[in-house]
Design a protein around this ligand. Structure first.
Ligand code: PLP
Length: 450
């Protein structure tokens, strides 16, 4: 453990050095912003930490607060900032495009949209070549489910328990955690048993879980279905990796029933899992429709649905359009993101640093009883805290405490899972081994004081 003495005399792990200092901040204080937020923003918009942070600057894997204090951002704006905060190439692409043309709509031709659609299609396998741009992951999944319904002429869709697919009427139906659902009409989605190796009834036996998909079709639907939607690793659900063998078996059952397979790559796509560019590739499957958002624009609001020409054809039956989808500034950012991932070998980095970080976190699990599970791939990792290994009792308060203390040391991690007891580690993909060491040291230090 590398240590430094802080001003109040307490020894804590030391932040890796970083060559950037933000300009002095002269805006309102955290307290002033918080009071405005309480008055004018929906109370549904919760924030992390009892004393929420006022983040005023970001550079690569670091964020800075109003006092210029630096934090290692291990949450990456919820798995979104993939190249790094304010990556110069992405910023330049946005500025250049903004100066030329900010908006024109898809009704006119513009190279930013076409170039990015081509580059994106070239990242996908097989005949997944037709792109429709949206503004968010929710919209992308809404559209994907509608396409499956139009294409098959069927209504029923299967998703997984513990999934998160968005918060509009259709996607809230596909989302399957009570804390993300309202009591509104969300018809036509059936939730299959989650193939969760840690908490699931069949452990890591993927094919056993997949049998439930067959049962759901047989007993919960007319036998004809529109499709199946799944994340490759559940993000909001607490970084849950699907049991090996599950997706190929489930896809095969869905295809036999005439349904389409939708891969929700909103979190696991864009090189995050390290071993592959897309999360579904880790499972050896090829979907019919792929949805994406988050990492696609490094934080710029953008989403997309990519499918085959045959399936895309269904949208030509009527006019289907949205005002901002494919905005040239967003697509220019998207193209820059793809180039940065390639140029800086961010996928390889996610693999190497992610594997190293997972190894170090796994070693920490042997040291502290409170860690029940360490899981995930690349730079999409989860650490689940429990008070009892047998019962897997969620250690909610401990999670909050460790998260808060890590923030004091200078590391920001996310939290999720149904019980809110899983750390979500999804940093920018430029995260270094030194950053990984600092994160683990900060967690180690905090747990040693509990
Ligand atoms: N799908 C997944 C897997 C997600 O994690 C999310 C958001 O967290 C969404 C869809 C919804 O995306 P958005 O918040 O951009 O609407």
């Amino acid at each position: 453990l590398k240590e430094v003495v802080t001003k109040d005399g307490v020894k804590v792990p030391k932040l890796p050095s970083f060559d950037y200092s933000p300009p002095p901040y002269t805006g309102p204080s955290a307290a002033e912003i918080l009071s405005k937020r309480k008055e004018y923003l929906s109370p549904s918009m919760f924030y992390f930490y009892n004393k929420p942070l006022n983040i005023v600057d970001g550079r690569m894997q670091y964020l800075f607060d109003e006092k210029g204090r630096r934090y290692l951002d291990a949450f990456g704006g919820i798995a979104t900032v993939c190249c790094g905060h304010c990556h110069p190439d992405v910023v330049d692409a946005i500025v250049d495009q903004t100066k030329r043309l900010q908006h024109s709509t898809i009704l006119y031709l513009n190279r930013a949209i076409a170039d990015f659609a081509e580059a994106l299609a070239n990242k996908l396998p097989g005949s997944l070549k037709v792109v429709f741009f949206t503004n968010s992951g929710t919209e992308a999944n809404e559209l994907a489910m509608m396409m499956a319904r139009l294409y098959t002429g069927c209504h029923d869709i299967i998703s997984l328990r513990n999934a998160y697919h968005g918060n509009a009427a259709g996607t809230m139906g596909a989302t399957a955690q009570s804390n993300w659902k309202f009591n509104v009409i969300q018809s036509g989605v059936h939730h299959a048993i989650n193939p969760d190796p840690y908490r699931g009834v069949f452990g890591s036996e993927g094919e056993k879980y997949a049998k439930d998909v067959q049962d759901l079709i047989q007993f919960g639907t007319s036998g004809n279905i529109a499709g199946f939607i799944s994340e490759a690793i559940q993000g909001v659900g607490g970084i849950v990796e699907l049991a090996p063998g599950y997706l190929p078996a489930a896809y095969s059952t869905i295809k036999k029933a005439g349904g389409l397979c939708i891969a929700d790559e909103v979190q696991a796509g864009f090189a995050r899992t390290g071993s592959h560019f897309w999360g579904f590739e880790n499972h050896g499957v090829v979907p019919d429709i792929v949805t994406m958002a988050k990492g696609i624009g490094n934080g710029i609001p953008l989403g997309a649905v990519v499918t085959t020409p045959e399936i895309a054809e269904v949208l030509t039956r009527r006019s289907y359009f949205n005002t901002f989808g494919g905005n040239p500034v967003c697509t220019a950012a998207g193209l820059a993101v793809l180039k940065v991932i390639e140029k800086e070998k961010l996928q390889d980095n996610a693999f190497v640093v992610g594997s190293y970080l997972k190894e170090r976190l796994t070693a920490l699990k042997d040291k502290y009883d409170v860690i029940g599970d360490v899981r995930g791939r690349g730079l999409m990792l989860g650490v689940e805290l429990v008070t009892d290994h047998e019962l897997k009792t969620p250690a909610k308060l401990e999670t909050l405490h460790v998260m808060d203390q890590m923030k004091e040391i200078g590391v920001l991690v996310g939290k999720g899972g149904f019980y809110g007891n899983v750390f979500r580690i999804t940093p920018p993909l430029c995260f270094s081994k030194e950053d990984a060491d600092f994160l683990v040291d900060a967690m180690d230090y905090t747990m040693s004081k509990m």
